[in-house]
Design a protein around this ligand. Structure first.
Ligand code: 5RP
Length: 235
């Protein structure tokens, strides 16, 4: 399904609203996980402007792309191989269900994103209103990050669970993550139990990460042209 120009303009303004609203969750002195994607870019821009006005933060980027943007915005970064105790991680998502479970990894940064979200006391998720769905799944595939060695074996095991895995390509060549892995975009009709499926995917040999983020969201910011809605799993 293609979106009309006006719906993509609305989506963009939702992304911007969510990205800017996330600044309210950043305190002076905070250690911040910096997510990846077009929604997070708005957050990085707003954060960068605040940093240049004197806010003190240090960030851990979840991708080379985000590291580059952070440097452009003069956001200081922590060493990649440090032992971080982050106050907050801020990231986007491809789908969110009513229980705040997510599909992430459309941008291919899922492994680092999950490590960084897991190292943070709170995980703030930014989406525009089009990302909220009653049940995770089709049309959004679950990205599954696998080792290049023997990847067809991992793909076969995904097929055995149902659904269709497709090796991700970019401009005709196999897409490689920042960690040098491949991604199988695994299209599943619907995912009524993401918690169980997330654990199941991790048991497949060769799988190093998957794009189901379950029970991790602390705060969900939903942006739309009318502003933002802020939700917490307990509310
Ligand atoms: C990257 C991600 C992104 O956060 C997700 O794909 C959403 O991206 P966007 O904000 O561009 O829609 O998980 O790996």
């Amino acid at each position: 399904m293609t979106s009309s120009p006006s719906s993509s303009v609305q989506q963009e303004s939702g992304k911007r609203a969510a990205g800017e609203a996330a600044l309210d969750f950043i305190r002076d002195g905070a250690l911040v996980g910096l997510g990846t994607g077009s929604t997070v870019k708005y957050f990085l821009q707003a954060l960068g402007e605040r940093v240049q006005a004197g806010l003190r933060v240090r960030g851990v980027p979840t991708s080379r792309e985000t590291a580059e943007l952070a440097r452009q915005w003069q956001i200081p970064l922590l060493p990649e191989q440090g032992e971080w105790e982050l106050d907050v991680a801020v990231d986007g998502a491809d789908q969110v269900d009513p229980h705040f479970h997510l599909i992430k990894g459309g941008g291919g940064a899922l492994l680092r994103e999950k490590i960084v979200a897991g190292a943070a006391r709170t995980f703030v998720v930014l989406v525009d209103h089009t990302k909220c769905v009653p049940v995770l799944g089709n049309p959004m595939p679950v990205p599954v990050e696998v080792t290049p060695f023997g990847w067809p074996q991992s793909a076969k095991q995904l097929e055995a669970l149902g659904g269709v895995p497709t090796l991700r390509k970019k401009q005709g060549t196999v897409f490689e993550t920042d960690g040098g892995h491949y991604i199988l975009d695994w299209l599943v009709d619907s995912i009524p139990d993401p918690v169980q499926l997330e654990a199941r995917l991790n048991r497949i040999p060769g799988v190093v990460g998957n794009g189901l983020f379950v029970n991790q969201t602390s705060t969900l910011i939903i942006g739309s042209p009318d502003g933002v809605q802020i939700k917490h799993p307990s509310s």
